[in-house]
Design a protein around this ligand. Structure first.
Ligand code: SAM
Length: 264
């Protein structure tokens, strides 16, 4: 390991570096890296997680957007086991790593967490598990149950395709600079066999997005450009229900109906 020049945290890249060694150890225990794991770390930063992980694995891929941090890592971690991709995790082609059992981890930059989760879902068949630190509020939204205030597009989409579990809340003082809000670690495991049969991912995406685009609207109004009242009633969904009270199974039914009507 060599000494690298000090790095000033960049707001635009959501840089809050983990500095609490006890918390870092707890996170490493949760990740529990194994020799043959195909781990990709998003946003390695100054290596708070990267350095301990690399001690346990045969190879570690990391994706970092900040050129200065890429140079910092190259100077600090002198290891052939580390493969640094200077790239945007939102645009990265995860299939180019040629593995179908990826473990994707990271203390994610909060400003890109939602689009990144949707981007990663398009690679779900290649992903065994994701362990991310996110804003606590986003973790709560992902894990929210039907009928709650937090239940929305993120909950329905992620819970349809994956098992999700909130693992640990982390306070702002574990980071430097400290964020203003609490963070939490979430485990997201893509399902090999989703719970309900969906005819089209694209129809599901449209129906879930539209149904939640105006939360206060009833399904009848929220989906009026996509499905008419008779069609919705025929599959047993009350027209006056709001999206936040519909179960994942209902969204699957609505999406399959929409797909069927589009393709008839
Ligand atoms: N892993 C380090 C830690 O825990 O101390 C840093 C975490 S910091 C919250 C987020 C990291 O993601 C930063 O290193 C930042 O430069 C990087 N980052 C931000 N946007 C990114 C993007 N679109 N693609 C890849 N990395 C990104």
């Amino acid at each position: 390991m060599h000494k690298a020049p000090a790095h000033k945290a960049r707001k635009r890249f959501g840089q809050h570096f983990l500095s609490d060694q006890t918390i870092i150890e707890k996170i490493i225990n949760i990740i529990n890296p194994q020799k043959h794991d195909h781990i990709i770390e998003i946003g390695p930063g100054k290596g708070a997680l990267t350095i301990p992980i690399i001690k346990s694995v045969n190879k570690l891929n990391v994706i970092e957007i900040d050129k200065d941090l890429v140079n910092f890592l190259k100077k600090t971690i002198d290891s052939e086991l580390l493969v640094i991709h200077e790239n945007d995790a939102l645009k990265f082609n995860y299939s180019k790593l040629n593995h179908s059992d990826l473990r994707i981890i990271g203390n994610l930059p909060y400003n890109i967490s939602t689009p990144l989760l949707f981007h990663l879902l398009s690679y779900k068949n290649l992903i065994k598990e994701m362990l991310f630190m996110l804003q606590k509020e986003v973790v709560e939204r992902i894990c929210a149950k039907c009928g709650t205030k937090q239940y929305g597009r993120l909950s329905v989409t992620l819970q349809y395709y994956c098992n999700v579990e909130s693992l640990l809340v982390i306070k702002p003082d574990a980071f430097n600079p400290s964020p203003k809000i609490d963070s939490a670690i979430i485990k997201i495991v893509p399902l090999v066999q989703p719970r309900y049969k969906l005819n089209s991912d694209e129809s599901f995406k449209i129906i879930v997005r539209e149904a939640f685009s105006q939360r206060r609207k009833t399904i009848r109004n929220g989906l009026k450009n996509y499905l008419n009242e008779d069609e919705i009633e025929k599959i047993g969904i009350p027209l006056n229900e709001r999206a936040e009270n519909l179960h994942i199974k209902d969204f699957v039914k609505l999406s399959n109906l929409y797909y069927q009507l589009q393709n008839n």
